[in-house]
Write a protein that binds this ligand. Structure first.
Ligand SMILES: CC(=O)SCCNC(=O)CCNC(=O)[C@H](O)C(C)(C)COP(=O)(O)OP(=O)(O)OC[C@H]1O[C@@H](n2cnc3c(N)ncnc32)[C@H](O)[C@@H]1OP(=O)(O)O
Ligand SMILES: O=C([O-])CC(=O)C(=O)O
Length: 377
């Protein structure tokens, strides 16, 4: 069966890009030539944003400028805060989709689609997305909204706005690594959706909203919340045997296990390596090692039974959980990071644009059908 007939466009090369490279056989991921392991080890999310947008790492002055731009752009327009407060409670990604769209009405460059204005929108949206999600988290927990702190990094400010107190350095670094690991991933579904939208010469906010709507699904970014729901179904006191039986039961019923499998990786997702370690370390530090241990047992079973490896969503679930982050925020947090990659791809698309418009292999009723009047059908 052809890739087109299977429906998933697998292995179809749809564009060229200088942003992200994946070798799915060897488990290699790089942003603009930099190995994601090196970035997770030594970079900050701000440096990664600059890298994705400029294809090179910033020097000290450039990094300082970007940090200032982020800090200056973090606060939300009053109208967006009012809208957030007025919406009925619901899914975090629905809220993010609506509010990211609303931000366009207040953007000072709204009517300007020049490359310079679009870059400013990329910076602004990346700064604001963290504020949106942290504020939503405050609302979920019944706390009052907290104003952003301009002296903090994107990661530290997010945790500060969510929790209401200064986060400790270990949590900040773990969260920063999470942001680095989720920042870009070549032509994943949400980035492709964003590029398709941008290629019609729509606008940056619309393309980001397309990305948010696409990331929401449980086959894509929504899987991280599904993983945690599965772990909670099992319970923190579940034994390894119980976890094993639970997963074997799901596999026997041909149910998918969220957080496993990948369209491109045929081996370990390199991002999962870091998230597994963070899940273990943060779980032990928080006095809740079982979430990691249960996850590890699930991994052993799924990998040996199905030859499927954990993807980025599997260990991010227990990592965020042991950091005390509400489950409803997991996929929105993915967007807090991925907005950097979406906007890098949107800018790249617009720099050398052509409408994206594939064809379908028509398999419907034969042509021509005779058109019958209504009372003869
Ligand atoms: C950030 C991200 O988007 S990472 C991905 C997040 N999504 C998930 O974790 C959801 C669970 N995983 C999946 O659904 C898939 O692995 C995907 C969607 C990520 C990629 O899958 P595809 O390349 O389309 O493979 P597809 O879904 O066709 O699966 C191929 C086979 O592997 C099986 N399979 C794939 N993933 C899983 C899984 N997680 N659990 C059990 N079986 C699986 C399928 O059932 C199918 O089996 P079959 O051939 O016997 O019917
Ligand atoms: O690349 C994909 O298909 C999904 C993924 O891992 C991501 O978007 O990070």
């Amino acid at each position: 069966m052809s890739a087109a007939a299977k429906g998933g466009l697998e292995d179809v090369v749809a564009t060229s890009s200088s942003i992200c490279f994946i070798d799915g056989e060897r488990g290699v991921l790089s942003y603009c030539g930099y190995d994601v392991h090196d970035l997770a080890q030594s970079a900050t999310f701000e440096e990664v944003c600059y890298l994705l947008w400029h294809r090179r790492l910033p020097n000290r002055a450039e990094l300082g400028d970007l940090q200032s731009q982020f800090a200056a752009a973090r606060a939300l327009p009053d109208g967006v805060v009012r809208l957030m407060r007025s919406l009925p409670p619901g899914d975090g990604m629905d809220l993010l989709r609506t509010l990211a769209s609303a931000l366009s009405h207040y953007d000072p460059d709204a009517s300007d689609n020049s490359a310079a204005a679009n870059y400013r929108k990329a910076v602004r949206l990346t700064a604001q997305m963290g504020t949106l999600v942290a504020s939503y988290g405050r609302m979920l927990q019944g706390g009052g909204l907290i104003a952003p702190d301009t002296s903090l990094s994107q990661a530290a400010n997010f945790l500060y706005m969510l929790k209401g107190n200064r986060p400790d350095p270990t949590s900040v670094r773990a969260f920063d690594i999470g942001l680095i690991l989720h920042a870009d991933h070549e032509l994943n579904a949400s980035t492709f959706a964003a590029r398709v939208c941008a290629a019609t010469l729509s606008d940056v906010h619309s393309a980001v909203v397309a990305g948010i709507g696409t990331l929401k699904g449980p086959l894509h970014g929504g899987a991280n919340a599904e993983v945690m729901k599965m772990l909670l179904d099992l319970g923190e006191d579940a034994t390894d045997d119980r976890a094993e039986a639970f997963v074997r039961g799901k596999l026997a019923r041909k149910e998918k296990i969220s957080g496993f499998g990948h369209r491109v990786y045929k081996t370990e997702d390199p991002r999962a390596t870091h998230l597994r370690r963070m899940s273990k370390e943060l779980g032990e530090r928080a006095g809740h090692p079982r979430w990691f241990q249960i996850s590890q047992r699930i991994e052993q079973v799924v990998t040996s039974e199905k030859k499927l490896f954990p993807n980025v969503d599997f260990y991010s679930a227990s990592t965020y959980y042991t950091m005390g982050i509400p489950i409803d925020l997991y996929t929105p947090i993915f967007a807090v990071s991925r907005v950097s990659g979406w906007t890098a791809h949107i800018l790249e698309q617009l720099a050398n644009n052509r409408l994206i418009r594939p064809r379908a292999d028509y398999v419907g009723p034969t042509y021509p059908q005779r058109f019958l009047p209504r009372d003869q059908r």
